[in-house]
Design a protein around this ligand. Structure first.
Ligand code: AMP
Length: 309
């Protein structure tokens, strides 16, 4: 490589300005490197770190992690202000995982004062999470579109923990002709089965115990798979209803693209419930009935990925 080096390999650099980061990733792309982006809201845990490790398995790539608590995706009565922001600890985690670039903009740097344009998610954005959190996915897709435009990553990584978000981002990239490949990463769980989440830190001991009924319900639903949709929902619901410390927001069986559930084949069982004031999400892939369409890998997270190291 000739001329000025735009960055020093192996050293984490932190950017606050979208323009500045865009210049760096453009310069890196011009050197022939591929760019990974892992969008997060920070308070990084093993789930986020798994996304980062997945990104780093692709040879010849530079990995950028964005840490931005996006005001646009929080409702007025939600936890935007109390959402944890342990930036120094997060930067240590990024260094430990070999991240090259961190993007940590302020809300002003992202939205200025007069931004009015947003991305509308369509009907699916008003279902499931969207029915409980109006405007949430409009906020998510708007920030993800901006991040993809700023960084122009070859690959962007999303956890299946937020499965509806993953599906909607994939849809947006197709619908808006964006160039990044969206890679899904399976859910990372604690030893007791609870899906890792930055919001788990809010749970009291009793709430956490109650929350374990969520993965237990999904497991029961998956086991009832061969008996069909009604049996799946009944089995999962029975587990949640036996736990008085949980309030169910929704429990739904859907196709993998979140359309209507198939009578036969792969599907997703999705749940949201509250333990105290904390909303928890989880989901599982399962097989309904006995038939599986092995050729349909639309939502196979590994489909279309380049070779690993
Ligand atoms: P968040 O910081 O909560 O916005 O999450 C950032 C990314 O990490 C999203 O793509 C999440 O789906 C993903 N993520 C969060 N928790 C997990 C988990 N337990 N397993 C897999 N991915 C996760």
């Amino acid at each position: 490589m000739t001329g000025q080096r735009p960055y020093t390999p192996g050293e984490l650099t932190v950017h606050h300005s979208p323009d500045e980061l865009g210049k760096v990733t453009r310069a890196l792309r011009a050197t022939g490197r591929k760019i990974n982006l892992v969008p997060t809201m920070g308070a990084l845990h093993e789930g986020h770190r798994t996304l980062i490790r997945r990104a780093r398995r692709i040879p010849g790539t530079v990995t950028a992690v964005s840490i931005f608590v996006n005001p646009l995706q929080f409702g007025p009565d939600e936890d935007f202000h109390r959402y944890p922001r342990p930036l120094e600890t997060d930067l240590d985690a990024c260094r430990a995982e070999g991240v090259d670039l961190v993007f940590n903009p302020s809300p002003e740097a992202m939205y200025g004062t007069g931004a009015t344009t947003t991305v509308h998610p369509g009907q699916l954005g008003a279902e499931l999470e969207g029915a409980v959190r109006p405007g949430h996915f409009e906020g998510v897709l708007t920030v993800v579109a901006k991040l993809l435009n700023i960084v122009r990553p070859d690959f962007a990584y999303f956890g299946e923990k937020d499965y509806q978000q993953f599906v909607l981002v994939k849809r947006m990239v197709t619908d808006l002709n964006l160039e990044s490949a969206i890679v899904g990463v399976p859910i990372v769980r604690d030893a007791d089965g609870l899906a890792l989440s930055s919001r788990n830190a809010y749970l009291s001991e009793d709430e956490r115990r109650a929350a374990l009924a969520i993965p237990a319900a999904l497991a029961a639903g998956a086991m009832a798979g061969p008996d069909g949709p009604a049996a799946i929902l009944a089995a999962a619901r029975a587990v949640v209803e036996a736990e008085s410390g949980l309030r169910l927001d929704y429990l739904e069986l859907r196709a993998r693209d979140l359309g209507p559930a198939p009578e036969n084949g792969k599907a997703r069982l999705l749940i949201a419930a509250r333990a105290g004031r904390t909303r928890l999400l989880d989901n599982i892939q399962l097989v309904v009935g006995h038939g599986v369409d092995e050729n349909d890998d639309t939502y196979n997270p590994a489909a279309g990925l380049p070779r690993e190291r």
